[in-house]
Write a protein that binds this ligand. Sequence first.
Ligand SMILES: Nc1ncnc2c1ncn2[C@@H]1O[C@H](COP(=O)(O)OP(=O)(O)OP(=O)(O)O)[C@@H](O)[C@H]1O
Ligand SMILES: [Mg+2]
Length: 483
Amino acid sequence: MINILIIDDEPEVGHFLSYLLSSKGYTVSLGGSGKDFYQLIRERVYHLVLLDIRLPDANGLDILKELKKTCPGCKSIVMTGYSTIKTAVDAIKLGANDYIEKPFEDIDELESLIDRLLHHNQSVNDSEIHRIAKQTGLVIGSGKEMQHLIMLAYKIAKKNINVLIEGETGTGKEVLAHFVHQASLRSDYPFLAVNCGSLSESLLESELFGHEKGAFTGAIKERKGIFEIANKGTIFLDEIAEASLSTQVKLLRVLETGEYMRVGDEAVRRTNTRIVAASHVDLAGAVEQKMFREDLLYRLEVVKLTIPPLRDRKQDIPELLAYFLKKQQSQLHFSEEAENLLQHYQWPGNIRELVNVVKRATALAEGETRMITSEYLPDKLRAASYDRTSSRASIIPALRKSEKDLQFYLEDWVKHIHQLWAAEQDVGLDEIIQQVKELEVRIGRAFVTKMLKETMGNRKEAAERLQITTRQLRYFLNEKKGG
Ligand SMILES: Nc1ncnc2c1ncn2[C@@H]1O[C@H](COP(=O)(O)OP(=O)(O)OP(=O)(O)O)[C@@H](O)[C@H]1O
Ligand SMILES: [Mg+2]
């Protein structure tokens, strides 16, 4: 027996759903308020809850949280009107399985959604997500954050709503936009990308909307715009913040009504294109500065997908490295030490920068070695791992905790001195000598720490075995505090 709970304050909706689902053999309970929910949820265990997000006496999101607590295995579908779609998307972020829009336009779709939720397990979704990710060259990685984001993207892809993707440069906004398109019901139609920052206002408008012959100097033939070519498909509007205010007005019109005009033409045309927009600048901030229309932002960000910077999801790095090596058809792999450097770098250019580092390393190492060691990585990666607490932050590499890292430190140190030696420029010998002293202290500290581990922290014994005085031992350890 499968129990379904329906909570909706519109009696017609409740009764319709109740009738529909009972006739399919489900056991249905019906309530019309938050109060009803809190009572009914205690009466039995439900397999599915259909929940109106806007109830007179309760907030749908609060109900959802309660549901996750009292009935964690229960599936949920949120019902929403157009005006509350943003809330419905928040509900999915909170763990609702899906949302449906009222009034119901497609009962078959509703039935199949319920059917899927009740009879398939999550692995059906997962394998579909992985198939599309593979197809679009999107590495998801092992971190929870990206996995949640991609799951959300997958769910909303099938809806007819616009999507805004935010993220720093190189985080994969275009890749994600492509994933959304492929996961949508539009995947048989075109996916076209336009960069709003790379064209002048008039060229951008002609690109988007098309133009008539003679519309401007150089318009020798009529031309279809992207809204026409990508009809039924998806347009990726990259760097949307760069569109001029007058282009923004025209975009707003398309978003609101589906209508637009070619440049130099009065005829109103219609399009059914989904817009996925992206920006690496914060659009809310642009609105505050009056550089971006608030009403356009409101229309674009029905769903906002924010890709975290790579430095906040470093657990994804190994998978990304493996993927790009494979893509380069390289048999090479990174040494442990090199991976360590890649892990410690901050990646201001995000995944694009990572791609470039892999390309450069494979190009340099191919044929020479089978292991990409740190010398095949750009200097900046080594600089970044230098001890940030040291006064010579950008020069001397940090001493890592394990013994293996002493070797790593020494290698970098030697390389650094060699570089200074080879440099055709003035160097400060004082500073170099300072670095030699620092090396002395660090080597001392490394031996002391290692020995203390062996003697289980017995300082006297450690000093004896190192053939130094306990005073010298303290000196090296004190350095650590001061350093
Ligand atoms: N998750 C990912 N899996 C595999 N490759 C990725 C991923 N994210 C980004 N890339 C790769 O990184 C590079 C940059 O991605 P993309 O162009 O989508 O970034 P972007 O966010 O649009 O950057 P920008 O803001 O500079 O336009 C591309 O080569 C892309 O293939
Ligand atoms: Mg881009």
